[in-house]
Design a binder for this molecule. Structure first.
Ligand code: ADP
Ligand code: MG
Length: 650
């Protein structure tokens, strides 16, 4: 070592960090390069700032760039920037002490994670390092010796701008030495002498790939052995007017590996209350958000073009989790740990802005580009429905929800025509204050629900809930603009009394029963109840049916689909016991009454009752004994075929 070299001890806390870094086997150690590149980029940034302010560096007119050179024979990786540089004192201070939040957190975390007995201390440390970088010192994960030669870009007060070399093996000490006439003319050159087990970092393809994944958007060109490695501009930092749709699309594809263009892009740049820019995409492919793609959501978080975290989940509420993109926050420390990130008030503020802007965007799309909005809803509506939990934006998210309904025209399955709550309200009857809905697997089934009949008669629109989660959603929405949400199945007998029948039914109205027949009918109901026994709670006359003979209604107001979901969850395979409501004016019931009046004991009454009950269960999706149902249907068909040929005189 030259005589002029002065030896310095590292501060105690630095020794601790270094000790762990040099000794831990570290799976994610490639991030050392991210740290060195971002330091170089910071140094260039600071220089540019001072030049723009009118200061003159000792050497001007050098291109602002970062150069990495690899030497397999010498086993070195060299990174050079012609940025601000450091004086002797700055070298000693900046690279000899810990004044940075990252390393402090690192030590604090490490202290709190003392390994338990039997646990591998090293594995544990590397786990902690894996969660965040520790700045410059991380180079000692891959290097057994490091030299930093630096020449300040400006002549320091009371000194000259001579270059100094800082050298260390990352153990207990470092040396500092003044060097004359050495490169660089300005800025810093760092040579990492690679450890035997880190020679991969002398390979160009490896370095290129590390840069692609961690430093692709650094604002200065990074050359590796003379070839630029970061060719993608950080689009989100560009002025909106200068970015083309093609650029957005190709950026989106490289970000997501999605082959299709995004449905929409949002380019956001905000100064208050937080300074950040963002690029958010709505994919035009749906994801299995609730299944296997569950962990894939989140935005990539950058600070000043350097990636901090992939798939950060604190920047968006879950219900906007279908969106892809990046957020670049101005004021986040690069080495911030995940734990600290989560508590970070900055991220919460960013989230608020993103939610607000996204809702505005969707509102605008819903208004100006209805078809595109419907397309959005079909792709991502299912995830968006989780917004029922966003109480702060309740009315706004409700206004963005879409469902099909009895008033919507029939279209292709999967492309059902959609309505908003607001347009439903516009079509509603005078005095209506309820969004009526029915859950069913498809539009056809919804229309066939016996509960639909009196709504149809009154001309009241009913929302069709085709997604199994929709009923839960409705129950959780509470109210929208003072209107409440109710299932037509749970509508009380007199719920619709204020609404006039729309058109007189074309069919002849069945004449009402005489007082005597009324009483006999009640006895018939008693017989039906006896036949069905424990399978029904009660058999009563219905006020909700127009065209169907009978329907099953839950006495506790639960809808049939909800009941079914509960039963599946509780693994309950028994059939729900409900009230059977029968339509006294239906020809089927009138004929049963005739048979009953003639002969109470006629076995045909039992056959009809059983089959009627089967049909009611089928309508709700229950088939308990398919063999029995089929046998009964066959027997009945056989009989009616006989009667038919007789009546028709064939
Ligand atoms: P941080 O970048 O978070 O401050 P680092 O450990 O990465 O922490 O770096 C410590 C300090 O060393 C930096 O703040 C900077 O002052 C100085 N430094 C590191 N690399 C360079 C460089 N290439 N040029 C100028 N200064 C540098
Ligand atoms: Mg740094």
């Amino acid at each position: 070592m030259a005589e002029t070299a002065k030896t310095h001890e590292f501060r105690a806390e630095v020794r601790k960090v270094l000790n762990i870094l040099t000794n831990s086997l570290y799976t994610n150690r490639e991030i050392f390069l991210r740290e060195l590149i971002s330091n170089a980029s910071d140094a260039l940034d600071k220089l540019r700032f001072r030049i723009n302010r009118g200061e003159n560096p000792t050497v001007a007119d050098l291109p602002l760039e970062i150069r990495i050179t690899l030497d397999k024979d010498k086993k070195t990786l060299t990174i050079a920037d012609i940025g601000l540089g450091m004086t002797e004192a700055e070298l000693a201070d900046n690279l000899g002490t810990i004044a940075r939040s990252g390393s402090e957190h690192f030590l604090a975390d490490l202290a709190s994670a003392e390994p338990q007995e039997g646990e591998d201390a090293k594995a544990d440390a590397s786990n902690i390092i894996g969660r965040f970088g520790v700045g410059f010192y991380s180079v000692f994960m891959v290097a057994e010796k490091v030299t930093v030669t630096s020449r300040p870009a400006f002549v320091p007060e009371g000194g000259d701008n001579a270059a100094h070399v800082w050298t260390s093996d990352g153990l207990g000490t470092f040396t500092l030495e003044r060097v004359e006439d050495a490169e660089p003319k300005r800025g810093t050159v760092i040579v990492a002498h690679l450890k035997e087990n880190a020679l991969e970092f002398a390979e160009k393809y490896r370095i290129d790939s590390v840069i692609r994944s961690h430093s692709a958007f650094v604002p200065f060109p990074v050359f590796v052995d003379g070839e630029q490695a970061n060719t993608q501009p950080a689009l989100w930092r560009e002025p909106k007017t200068s970015v083309t749709q093609e650029q957005y699309a190709s950026f989106y594809k490289s970000l997501t590996y999605d082959g299709k263009d995004p449905l929409d892009v949002q380019h956001i740049s905000v100064d208050v209350p937080v300074q950040f820019s963002a690029l958010l995409f709505i994919p035009s492919t749906a994801q299995d958000f609730f299944g296997q793609d569950q962990e894939l959501w989140g935005l990539d978080l950058y600070t000043r073009r350097v990636l901090i975290q992939h798939k950060n989940k604190d920047l968006l509420p879950e219900y906007l989790g279908f969106m892809k993109g990046v957020v670049d926050a101005e004021d986040l420390p690069l080495n911030i740990s995940r734990e600290t990130l989560q508590e970070n008030a900055l991220l919460r503020k960013i989230q608020q802005v993103l939610v607000k802007q996204t809702l505005s965007k969707l509102e605008k799309m819903a208004k100006d580009e209805t078809e595109k909005y419907d397309e959005f809803w079909r792709l991502h509506g299912r995830v968006f429905k989780l917004s029922y939990r966003d109480y702060a934006n309740h009315d706004r998210v409700c206004a963005l929800m879409r469902f099909t309904s009895s008033a919507m025209p029939d279209t292709e399955t999967g492309k059902e025509a959609l309505t908003s709550f607001d347009s439903y309200m516009e079509r509603a009857k005078e005095g209506q204050k309820t969004f009526w809905y029915v859950a069913a697997p498809n539009r056809e089934a919804a229309r066939l629900s016996p509960h639909m009949e009196r709504f149809r008669k009154k001309g009241l629109e009913v929302l069709f809930l085709l997604d199994p989660v929709d009923e839960f959603l409705m129950e959780n929405l509470g109210k929208y603009k003072e209107w409440d949400f109710k299932s037509i199945e749970t509508a009380a007998d007199d719920a619709l009394k204020d609404f006039a029948d729309q058109e007189e039914s074309e069919k002849e109205k069945t004449p009402p029963l005489s007082a005597e027949d009324s009483t006999t009918f009640d006895h018939l109901l008693g017989l039906i109840k006896d036949i069905l026994g424990e399978r029904v709670k009660n058999v009563v006359v219905s006020h909700r049916l127009a065209d169907s003979p009978a329907v099953l209604v839950s006495p506790d107001g639960m809808t049939s689909s909800m009941e079914k979901i509960m039963r599946v969850m509780q693994k309950d395979e028994s059939l729900p016991v409900r009230n059977m409501e029968v339509n006294r004016d239906h020809p089927l019931l009138r004929n049963m009454l005739r048979v009953y009046k003639a002969n109470k004991e006629d076995p045909f009454l039992r056959e009809m009752t059983e089959t009627l009950f089967d049909a009611c269960l089928l309508l709700d999706g229950y088939v308990k004994d398919p063999q029995l149902v089929a046998a009964r249907t066959r027997a009945l068909l056989e009989k009616s075929a006989g009667w038919y040929t007789e009546v028709m005189k064939y």
